[in-house]
Ligand binder design. Structure first.
Ligand SMILES: *Cc1c(COP(=O)(O)O)cnc(C)c1O
Ligand SMILES: [Zn+2]
Length: 405
């Protein structure tokens, strides 16, 4: 029985192919590399029924993942997160069929665990002993923790302003952690120099080909959880855009396998960004195929503060190919939405997830989302990882005081 149908790596920009059995980073042309599978053979040898009874984690899709041997899997039980109807919030924004894919309950509290699980497992399989990466927090936390479990040494560089908890997650896992008085792009340049100097495996966003394969499983799960049917719209908070590229890749692979209806249009993908960091939104508005560096970026939704993404052209391609769009949300609006989601649904979503709900509300009001459409909103992390986004004033009682109502 073939465990993985991994075939080779290829460049989506210039078409050059690479041997997947070797460690690879970027294409010679500077583009990220993507993973190809032998889908023709897989289509003949497996059906969705083969998967149905497997353990509810992302490794149930191992045929469509790059890890060759089950022995190399580094897992904390990630994946198969709930896809739940949020009817009250949906009614509040006039989207009756609104679903939340909740990544807040995954190990490390953000969907970055998916990319880390698959990326670290594959790195281990390829014999990597030391890796390095820049991060806005959640990715570094996830990679540091999974690397610890794999016995791989990690060097992580993050902005001083990144959420404090992610700093602690890296530190407690024994990573070599550095803070930079700057943005993730500055952290990236520092990591680039360390990679050159010490020969480390570069685990920066899209500089190794396997993180995206882990994030892809969000798309596989959405399809399976909806009985191999697809929603009309999927909204995703977009920083580096890996999750959105991954979901698009997953749906195209399922279509090629014939596991979803080949005639059925793919869901319209929506890239949601913060007004304070909206390079993809600007590029999409102007119909461009690449984004420009967004200067002085700033937002409370730290995971999507990425002023220039290496895979921007793939994000934009996914939007154009699916008739999707890109939307920017202000911090004020997303913080209000975070409160609304908690009050109406008991869902304490992360600021990035709140931006997605705010975008759904905006697109429904504008008529871009039609009445009756099935909409999936990705909540990419737990609200409790960002305790400072909520400020409260609570009365303090003395022991014999009483509550009022
Ligand atoms: C990293 C991150 C994002 C953005 O993910 P990309 O795939 O890089 O676009 C969104 N939300 C949270 C909580 C994140 O940590
Ligand atoms: Zn290339």
């Amino acid at each position: 029985m073939t465990y993985s149908y991994l075939s080779h790596l290829y460049c989506p920009k210039c078409g050059t192919t690479y041997d997947a059995a070797q460690r690879q980073q970027l294409c010679e042309c500077g583009s990220p590399l993507l993973v190809a599978y032998d889908l023709e053979r897989l289509a003949q040898e497996r059906t969705p029924e083969d998967i149905a009874g497997r353990r509810p984690d992302l490794w149930r899709y191992h045929e469509l993942l790059p890890v060759q041997s089950e022995r190399n899997i580094v897992s904390l039980g990630e994946g198969m997160t709930p896809l739940i109807l949020v009817p009250v919030l949906g009614a509040d924004m006039d989207i009756a069929d609104l679903h939340m894919k909740d990544e807040g309950i995954i190990p490390t509290g953000s969907f970055k665990a998916r990319g880390a699980a698959v990326g670290v497992s594959r790195a281990k399989e390829l014999g990597v002993s030391e890796l390095a990466m820049p991060t806005n927090g959640n990715a570094g936390a996830a990679w540091a923790l999974y690397a610890a479990r794999a016995g791989i040494r990690s060097t992580i560089v993050m902005p001083v302003d990144a959420p404090k908890i992610t700093r602690n997650e890296c530190a407690v896992s024994g990573a070599d952690l550095y803070l930079v008085d700057g943005l993730i792009s500055d952290a990236g340049r520092i990591v680039g120099r360390a990679v050159q100097e010490f020969g480390l495996y570069d685990a920066s966003t899209l500089k190794e080909p396997y993180r995206i394969e882990g994030k892809k499983t969000m798309g596989l799960e959405i399809a399976e959880q909806l009985g191999w049917e697809l929603p009309d719209v999927i909204l995703y908070p977009t920083g580096g855009g890996v999750g959105l590229i991954g979901i698009h890749k997953a749906l195209k692979e399922l279509r090629e396998l014939g596991w979803i209806d080949a005639e059925r249009k793919l869901p319209r993908l929506v890239a949601v960004q913060a007004e304070g960091c909206a390079p993809i939104v600007e590029a999409w508005r102007e119909g461009r195929t690449e984004s420009e560096f967004f200067p002085n970026s700033e937002t409370v939704a730290f995971g999507i503060n990425v002023p220039k993404a290496l895979g921007d052209f793939l994000v934009l391609e996914a939007l154009y190919e699916t008739n999707g769009c890109a939307v920017a949300i202000s911090d004020e609006t997303l913080l209000r939405e975070q409160e609304t989601a908690a009050r109406l649904e008991g869902a304490f979503v992360c600021p990035e997830g709140a931006a997605v709900f705010a975008a759904a509300r905006k697109l429904r009001a504008a008529g871009w989302i039609a009445a009756g459409e099935k909409v999936v909103a990705l909540n990419t992390g737990a609200g409790i990882k960002y305790p400072d986004t909520v400020s409260v004033e609570v009365p303090v009682l003395r022991p014999d005081d009483s509550v009022t109502r």
